[in-house]
Design a protein. Structure first.
Length: 138
């Protein structure tokens, strides 16, 4: 069995943002040479997420609005976590959206369902953060 590792780095200029990273994951898969196996994509920060959904601007806007309603940033005084930082809401948003995804690799391609794409979700931006791609198989 082979394994392949790649890191992506993001620096989202806004507090929140969503990036379709499917092309970068597909490029890593091609470089790995793995034809059958599993591909893990993991946000390596506790205020960011990796998730799978449709790449449609209305849906991305709806997700952002929904998350902000679930865990609003302001007022920051509503959270016990906030002290030196003001990112308690980002931790909660990450908890809802998840840490990672695993996608089957079949015949050298990500084995997606219809419309599925991989996204990086940023909930406390304006600084550099990493995403891990780990592919295992043959």
């Amino acid at each position: 069995m082979k394994s392949f590792r790649r890191e992506l780095t993001f620096n989202i200029r806004e507090r929140r943002g969503y990036v379709n990273i499917t092309p970068q994951v597909e490029a890593a898969l091609q470089e790995s040479g793995i034809k059958e196996g599993l591909c893990l994509v993991n946000a390596m920060h506790i205020t960011a997420s990796v998730y799978i959904n449709d790449d449609e601007q209305g849906l991305l806007s709806d997700i952002d609005k929904w998350l902000e309603n679930l865990a609003p940033h302001a007022p920051t005084s509503q959270y016990k976590h906030n002290g030196f930082e003001d990112n308690a809401d980002a931790h909660l948003k990450r908890q809802v959206m998840g840490r990672e995804v695993v996608v089957a690799v079949t015949d050298g391609k990500l084995d997606f369902g219809p419309w599925e794409q991989i996204f990086y979700g940023e909930f406390d931006g304006k600084r550099s953060k990493r995403v891990l791609i780990k592919i295992i198989g043959e």
